[in-house]
Design a binder for this molecule. Structure first.
Ligand code: OGA
Ligand code: NI
Length: 363
């Protein structure tokens, strides 16, 4: 019989070797090696996609919508503003949105604290398996296959159903689970409120998106360390979000750019605002009445940037198709299962035309 002490030792050494393998993999995180190092070749984008030294004005053209006005006589006006922004930019910001400022600040603090923790506290979360419910990783989901890496580390986890997901979330910082649970509940409420306004604007019943189409909730926290040469690399390369609607808390550091009228425009960080963008599924269901628009993230050499995207999307078995009442002549897209969209999205995520082209109707 193996003595209990011996079993204990076997268990301990197994745990140690798991931790050791995580530590080796974790060395891929940008934040683990980037200090005082020049930009490695594997992070240098080709001239046609690198940001260069172009100064992109963080301009005020992305509409800022005051949601406190949505409950009164101005509701129709707010609905129109949202629809127009969704058509023209695929993006807008919301202020006076009901998520308490203290909760926004506390969540941002706890996200930053997570990335500032020593590696021992994060090692167990590092994973290269995208199926993990909660994982710390770097660059994009295509790390092993991509030619060029992205200058970002990322913590991503599911948030629904909360009781099941929360046990996989980080245990440190100690208040992470409590603060982030409250944050995701509030973000979901806000997302559903915005989707109700969108539904009204499209002439659909107000709960149209309220069930399976918005069942999935993913929180994705990005950490972009200061970069030695922001002109040559990107934090995230151009892409559209594959979900229904994204609510981004971008903190106080700029970096997000949106493609509009043939040029990149910066999204100004507004304290206590959410940046909202239309995902691919909302474009498809609305039969192109709303647009999911390409965006990217540039880095800077001065400060680290932390942002948190809250992705609301359909359950994987949802059938997605253009809503009949929104089809004038012919639908632009065919019906498909959402999980098939994701399978096609991830290998092609930097080319929205290829992604969407696959789901266009043949007619
Ligand atoms: C994303 C994204 C923007 C940002 O994670 O999909 O577009 O500002 N992030 O970090
Ligand atoms: Ni995005």
């Amino acid at each position: 019989m193996i003595s209990p002490i011996f079993t204990q030792i076997i268990k301990l050494s197994a745990t140690t070797s798991i931790i050791n393998s995580h530590i080796q993999e974790m060395e891929k995180l940008v934040s683990s090696w980037c200090k005082n190092k020049p930009l490695p070749e594997s992070y240098i984008f080709p001239p046609e996609t690198r940001p260069g030294n172009l100064v992109v004005p963080t301009c005020n053209t992305i509409p800022v919508i005051d949601l406190s006005k949505a409950e009164g006589q101005n509701r129709t006006h707010i609905v129109q503003q949202i629809l127009k922004a969704g058509q023209d930019y695929g993006f807008f910001q919301v202020v006076n949105h009901g998520v308490p400022e203290s909760l926004m600040n506390e969540s941002m603090d706890v996200f930053k604290e997570f990335f500032e923790m020593p590696w021992e506290d994060k090692a167990m979360l590092y994973s290269e398996d995208p199926k993990n419910s909660c994982r710390l990783s770097t660059s994009s989901v295509n790390y092993a296959r991509e030619k060029i890496h992205h200058w970002r580390d990322n913590l991503r986890h599911r948030c629904h159903p909360l009781q099941d997901c929360i046990k996989h979330w980080p245990q440190k910082p100690i208040r992470y689970r409590e603060v982030v649970a409250t944050y995701t509940i509030e973000a979901k409420k806000l997302g559903l409120r915005i989707l109700e306004l969108v539904s009204e604007g499209l002439g659909l019943e107000s709960r149209f998106f309220g069930d399976k189409l918005s069942e999935s909730e993913i929180l994705s926290i990005n950490h972009y360390p200061p970069c030695p040469d922001p002109s040559l690399t990107l934090g995230v390369a151009k892409h559209c979000d594959p979900n229904l609607l994204t609510l981004l808390h971008q903190g106080d550091v700029s970096g997000l750019q949106v493609f509009n009228n043939g040029e990149w425009i910066g999204v100004e960080p507004l304290h206590n605002a959410f940046v909202v963008n239309i995902g691919n599924q909302l474009q498809i269901i609305s039969n192109n009445k709303l647009k999911s628009v390409e965006h990217r993230v540039v880095t800077n050499s001065r400060v680290a940037r932390t942002s948190a995207g809250f992705f609301i999307g359909p359950s994987e078995d949802s059938i997605i198709e253009p809503e009949k009442s929104l089809v004038d002549d012919a639908p632009f897209y065919r019906a498909f299962e959402f999980k098939d969209f994701l399978l096609h999205y991830f290998p092609n995520l930097e080319d929205n035309e290829v992604v969407m082209g696959h789901f266009k109707s043949q007619a």
